[in-house]
Design a binder for this molecule. Structure first.
Ligand code: PLP
Length: 414
């Protein structure tokens, strides 16, 4: 996909618009599978919450991926996209017993992350195989919001509670077929990841019917030049050897699973928006685009960096800009960015707009959520229409509001 293709897409479908390049998703998928080609049974379960458009899910299905889901609705989307229920794993946090039972009835693999539900579910459904999410208490990455394996995290069952966990499994006679960890969204240090894996291997020895070990995700992709990226190839080499040794030692023929979101889709995504106003102030030049954190919240929410370039005037002289949105809040996309000279009407493009961008979009300020386009095989496929006013009022219930007489008097007087 080239810049001219993005320009044509914006021309045809308007702005702002999300565009996903299938070639990038396919090559990331192949990169991960080839890093682990030495594992006999490898299963990738794409994390739906990163980008949940059904066309993307269908692409994942065609690649041979399974799905990692966090709500019954994501499970339903997966089924809608053609996945077999057994290729879907449900890894929620803090959901009700009813929701877990609903997903179990649909036939997806259940993953439980607290002792309370484990005991309830095991007592009621001892024959339904269950995976258990362990918290190995390992900090992978630096930001405490996205490192979920550490001691204060709400995710997973603490390794210090393994004795209690084993008692529940024994008392209920439930069938544990998998164990899982997901240490967060920033694997910078492979050694830290391997250290957490050792804890998982140690835990795995407790379960005689184990079929798979799920190492979660958190593979880091570069957002700007010089960013550290997870060295997948090195991780593949080291973990493959350790995993195969573990299978040999324990005489088990296990599946190794991962649930990547960002790694597969982040770099495939581009967000294109139009500049409404170029505004000079005493301290900076603002470029205001026809979007805001209602469409792309990551910069304001996580302080994430998304590279921004000028699609319309890529060769222009570079100047400094603060790129901001059009909603009535501070919604800065990037401060003090060097961008080829911007004129009103230009189209700006954001990189790394595949993961956690559209899926976090809202209707704040009563704006429509953008269209989504998949670039596949040299063709632009519209995969989600831009919303319309109909969408904003679809679920609103029209009622008649009458004021009491006393208020009417007041209104008249004033
Ligand atoms: C969000 C999530 C993932 C995906 O994380 P990425 O950083 O996008 O790869 C995987 N597993 C679980 C349980 C998740 O909640």
């Amino acid at each position: 996909m080239e810049n001219k293709d993005l320009l044509n897409i914006a021309k045809e479908y308007g702005s702002p618009v999300y565009v996903y390049d299938s070639a990038t998703i396919i090559s990331q998928y192949n990169r991960l599978t080839s890093a682990f080609k030495g594992v006999k049974k490898l299963k990738l379960n794409y994390a739906v919450k990163a980008l949940s458009n059904i066309a993307i899910l269908k692409l994942m299905n065609a690649l041979g991926s399974g799905l990692d889901t966090v709500s019954v609705q994501e499970v339903q989307l997966g089924l809608e996209a053609g996945f077999a229920p057994e290729d879907i794993i449900f890894t929620p946090n803090g959901v009700s017993m009813e929701e877990i039972e609903k997903v179990a009835a649909l036939g997806a693999q259940i993953n439980i992350d607290n002792l309370s539900i484990l005991e309830q579910f095991g007592s009621k459904h001892p024959n339904t195989p269950v995976c258990i999410r362990i918290n190995p208490h390992v900090m992978a990455g630096g930001n405490s919001n996205i490192s979920v394996g550490h001691i204060d995290s709400k995710f997973g069952i603490s390794i210090h509670q393994i004795p209690h966990l084993l008692r529940i499994v024994e008392n209920t006679g439930m069938h544990v077929n998998g164990i899982h960890m997901h240490t967060g969204s920033d694997i910078l240090d492979i050694e830290v990841f391997l250290y957490a894996s050792e804890i998982l291997f140690e835990t795995a020895k407790n379960f005689k019917d184990l079929e798979f070990i799920d190492f979660g995700s958190g593979f880091k992709v570069p957002y700007k030049e010089g960013d550290i990226e997870t060295n997948i190839e090195e991780l593949g080499k080291k973990l493959t050897k350790r995993f195969n040794d573990f299978c040999k030692e324990t005489g088990k023929d296990l599946t190794l699973s991962f649930e990547p979101g960002k790694f597969l889709v982040s770099q495939a995504g581009f967000f294109v928006a139009r500049v409404n106003v170029v505004k000079q102030t005493t301290s900076t030049v603002f470029a205001s685009i026809d979007s805001g954190f209602n469409h792309l919240i990551r910069p304001m929410f996580y302080n994430s960096y998304h590279e921004i370039f000028n699609l319309t005037n890529p060769k222009g002289k570079e100047r400094f800009y603060s790129v901001v949105g059009y909603i009535c809040e501070t919604d800065t996309f990037g401060n003090n960015r060097r961008i080829a000279e911007i004129s009103e009407g230009d189209l700006l493009c954001f990189r790394n707009a595949g993961a956690y961008c559209f899926t976090m979009a809202s209707n704040y300020n009563s704006r429509y959520r953008p269209a989504e386009v998949l670039w596949h095989d040299g063709q632009a496929l519209l995969i989600r229409k831009r919303e319309t006013f109909e969408d904003l009022i679809r679920n609103q219930v029209d009622v008649t509001i009458k004021l009491p007489e006393s208020n009417k008097e007041l209104v008249k007087k004033s």
